[in-house]
Ligand binder design. Structure first.
Ligand code: C5P
Length: 232
């Protein structure tokens, strides 16, 4: 299965994105466009990065009624993104509809992954705000299984959950893991982190890396170090 390092383009203008990516010259890293950049610059940002030869993970975390999600996924798939996502909390039916919407006329479609529970949600919020009285890791695995049953390709999860997701949903079920830091780096606001080498050992399929690359003194060297540690 394809494994790769995905750079989180957490910038708010296209100028910042392009001056960052120009550092990479002919290299075309797999990049993630999140809500901030998408809402700031719109679909033209996606088209331009595609024209420049990047693979794109469009991280918009859809969550709405099944029909609306299906129609929106159809639009996103038309942007020729390589990976996109939604909230598993929208139910199996929403996920099934999303998959249908993603399929292009030629039968291809982007990889579709689910967010189980956001890593910012803890047990207390689960119980008090969402009235879910199960242990959070059980909820995460249950949502991952729902995603698999709905036909999705994988989930976004903490690197610490990747092994369990694979044992619950199978080795081919993709794990996309943020929360990656170099052993000698700053953790920032991420609490539960792993190095790229550790993420490789526990079987992450894709790692999503933001600040350790975007805020590095030499982003290209940081990206290459990440690729070397993760892909070997
Ligand atoms: O800068 P950093 O490496 O922490 O960036 C990680 C990226 O992954 C950010 O775009 C963040 O929004 C995203 N992410 C995350 N934790 C999750 C899901 C997504 O850090 N649970």
């Amino acid at each position: 299965m394809a494994k790769d390092v995905i750079i989180a383009l957490d910038f708010d203008t296209k100028e910042k994105v392009f001056s960052f990516l120009d550092l990479f010259k002919d290299k075309k890293p797999f990049v993630k466009i999140g809500m901030e950049l998408f809402y700031a610059e719109g679909a033209e940002m996606v088209r331009e990065l595609k024209r420049r030869g990047h693979k794109i993970f469009l991280d918009l975390k859809l969550h709405d009624i099944p029909n609306t999600v299906k129609k929106t996924m159809h639009v996103l798939s038309g942007l020729d993104v390589d990976m996109t996502n939604l909230h598993a909390g929208g139910t199996k039916k929403m996920m099934e509809f999303a998959l249908e919407g993603l399929i292009r006329e030629d039968g291809t479609r982007p990889i579709l992954i689910a967010v189980t529970q956001l890593t910012s949600t803890d047990q207390e919020a689960l119980e008090n705000d969402l009235l879910i009285h199960e242990p959070i890791d059980r909820v995460v695995m249950h949502y991952a299984k729902n995603a698999k049953d709905a036909g999705l390709d994988g989930v976004v999860c903490s690197p610490l959950e990747a092994e369990k997701v694979h044992s619950t949903c199978g080795e081919n079920f993709i794990t996309v893991t943020p929360g990656v830091r170099f052993a000698d780096g700053d953790k920032g606001d991420q609490k539960r982190v792993m190095t790229p080498a550790e993420a490789r050992k526990i079987g992450s399929d894709y790692i999503v890396v933001g600040r350790p690359i975007t805020a590095a003194e030499d982003p290209v060297a940081a990206y290459e170090r990440c690729v070397k540690e993760f892909l070997g």
